[in-house]
Design a protein. Structure first.
Length: 255
């Protein structure tokens, strides 16, 4: 194995190698064939990060080793040695499953992400200013009704002022407020994922999608549209789906 391999893959290789050696010592036995199959499947599942399958396999392999010892096909010391590896793999998997999402690996990546976010926000601000100056009524209405909580206060301050609420509840409460404000603007079919992302730049798209799905399942919002960028979210009033508001076409610009 190369040194660059992950520790769990290295441990899986060592365990699979030991299983093959044990199978070779047993020879011509259904137990030997099963040990070899387990060894190959172990490598495959670990390589694919299918840890649920790996857990089941480790338990079954332990039972097979006990059977081999009980029937006199191998010495208990061999079973104990491989069993130790099986236990270490179990502990590695538990550590992986409990660990949070990996952080960015370098200061350069963090700064790069910050710069990109700032550039995106500046570009969107310039674009919004152009639309406002061109007479876009939706943009004017949006400018007048700046009541979204993330426009009134800093996002970090909002979080610090509510230390006793779980993070997911805080995000979902903020998302509901965002959807309510966007959905109440004239001419809006609803709130898009992009509208939420603009005011929660520090939250990943995957997390926001999870929160939106959670709000749908709990009956707080409804989803409509054709999927992708055409998906809209609106507040559900008394459990009834709000029909999307049709968006009127803008009049041509006059020169």
């Amino acid at each position: 194995m190369e040194q660059s391999e992950s520790p769990i893959l290295t441990k899986a290789f060592e365990t699979a190698y030991a299983l093959f050696k044990l199978a070779d010592a047993i020879r011509h036995s259904p137990l030997a064939e099963r040990l070899e199959a387990q060894a190959l499947k172990l490598m495959e599942s670990v390589s694919e990060s299918d840890y649920r399958t790996v857990r089941r396999m480790l338990t079954l392999t332990g039972h097979i080793l006990q059977l081999a010892v009980g029937t006199g096909r191998t010495h208990p010391a061999n079973s104990q040695l491989i069993g130790k590896n099986l236990g270490e793999l179990q502990e590695m998997i538990s550590g992986i499953e409990k660990s949070p999402e990996p952080l960015k690996s370098s200061l350069e990546e963090i700064l790069k992400g910050s710069v990109n976010s700032e550039r995106t926000q500046n570009a969107m601000s310039r674009e919004g200013k152009k639309e406002l100056e061109s007479g876009n009524p939706a943009m004017k209405e949006r400018e007048i009704k700046k009541t979204d909580i993330f426009q009134r206060i800093n996002h970090e301050s909002f979080i610090q002022n509510q230390p006793h609420r779980p993070g997911s509840e805080m995000r979902q409460s903020a998302i509901l407020e965002r959807i309510r404000q966007i959905g109440n603007l004239p001419g809006q079919a609803g709130c898009r994922l992009k509208d939420v992302q603009e005011f929660m730049p520090g939250v990943s798209e995957r997390t926001l999608r999870y929160d939106l799905q959670k709000l749908i399942e709990e009956g707080h919002i409804d989803r409509s549209g054709g999927g992708g960028p055409g998906t809209f979210y609106r507040i559900r009033e008394r459990g009834v789906l709000q029909a999307p508001v049709s968006v009127p076409s803008l009049p041509p610009e006059t020169t």
